[in-house]
Design a protein around this ligand. Sequence first.
Ligand code: F6P
Length: 555
Amino acid sequence: MVSSVFAKEKQDGMPGPLHRPVCRQLRAHHAVMAAVHMRDLFAADPARFERFSLQVGELLLDYSKNRITDETMSLLVRLAEEADVAGWRERMFGGDKINNTENRAVLHVALRNRSNHPVRVDGEDVMPKVNAVIERMGAFAERVRSGEWRGYTGERITDIVNIGIGGSDLGPQMVVQALKPYRHPRLKVHFISNIDGAHVKETLESLNPETTLFIVSSKTFTTQETMTNAHYARAWFLAQSQAEKHIARHFVAVSTNREAVAAFGIDPANMFEFWDWVGGRYSLWSAIGLSIVLAVGAERFVELLEGAHAMDEHFRHAPLDRNMPVILALLGVWYNNFFGAESHAILPYDHYLRSLPAYLEQADMESNGKSVDRDGNVVDYPTGAIVWGATGINGQHAFYQLLHQGTKIIPADFIVSVEPHTNLQAHHDILIANFLAQTEALMRGRTREETQAQTGQFVSHKVFDGNHPSNAILLQKLTPHALGMLIALYEHKIFVEGVIWNLNSYDQWGVELGKQLASRILPELHADAPVGGHDASTNALINYYRRMSHPRTGL
Ligand code: F6P
């Protein structure tokens, strides 16, 4: 168990990351702030919005509805300074191998480096190969989009199926959905990730092999779920096309593993490469974004990269106290480590951003869900929050009850587009009014006196304490550029939190054990004799499954 207030003094004299000099002051300050209501802070300072809001390009961040004062922010910024956020930031942008357990650089920023300044890994400027792959993706996508690239019977491609999981699925899936208003009218993009056969089967049911193009997306090209689904899709395709030579027109690969791609039967000429310095959950900017390029075109994809680059430039050069990702990260640390908040809600008020929570779950929790610091020491402070969420307006009629009147403190990000993609202005106004009402209600609450004045009965049930923190992030419009900025904003927030917690945010050893055990269990599911090599529960469940299941195979 780790302490919920990141603050205990270390006994051995070595200052840990959260035992830095400023932490004592932050602890004392937290003791004061715990009793302060935001309602009073707003009443005392009519300029609070101006003080605690920041515009970067087409993104506005209002962080005034947080339990902070100027003193809070200056102490938190000192924490960032003491943690050497600026130094780590330079190490990342400079291509240092900050992913120490895998001995890799962390350079998703190079993938969208639209200024094209050299970025070196082991002395080699990676920009020429980054640019070459972007070119190839664009040229390939153009052939498919224009109809020049035909299937084996001469038909145009109508359906793209991305087969991948985790970062090879969630990022492109979220972006393709977010940019639906920009999509190519002929091309439908599907995503298959789940190893539950229902996913691949249901998806392929409605498709015609003659007009379907598969993208097998896997950094390693060894992931069991992806490879099983890819082999199934290949068999499904061959069942109709009857000739392996046709595979070249219907299967392309995105990977770092050329040999495995060739072994699968995909012509390496149809492989789009990326590199080990791109983490899976940070890879949508790489060739993993091929489905995005096919859906919205190379020009829009470049706008997405440009948006991310604009946020990279802001993150790299803005002072820490006017730096959007840094501010979001410091607020995250403030609630996580001082207020004991365990989770963080992502609440998009934009239908097209409905997959953002799932995307950020992986981005954040696979990065900072760690209990060992970068040097291998067990931490004695909470690290990554539980990230969760759903479209806000639906959440209002589901889980917001707990946000307003539950016993937990759950900081929330409200993400909103000022201009909608539809012309249904009345709908949009209702959406916006609800977003505003929710953040106001969370902050203000409703006092006993106000409640009494409005309603006589069940007053205690109807009181809202308020003082629940939220950020509002307003996009002018959900364009590729704004989306690129938004995603990069969160990527850098995650990075800064990881630096403050002294984590390696770029490995993911926590996913390995389950993978290992699954490969051991797989052959046991249909073993002739009862299985006995596990704990009693796992043995019993395997044996129950052996008895009760009726294996079926086939397309
Ligand atoms: O198992 C976790 C993970 O390694 C993620 O980090 C990654 O995004 C996903 O699996 C998919 O991996 P790959 O792209 O190698 O198939």
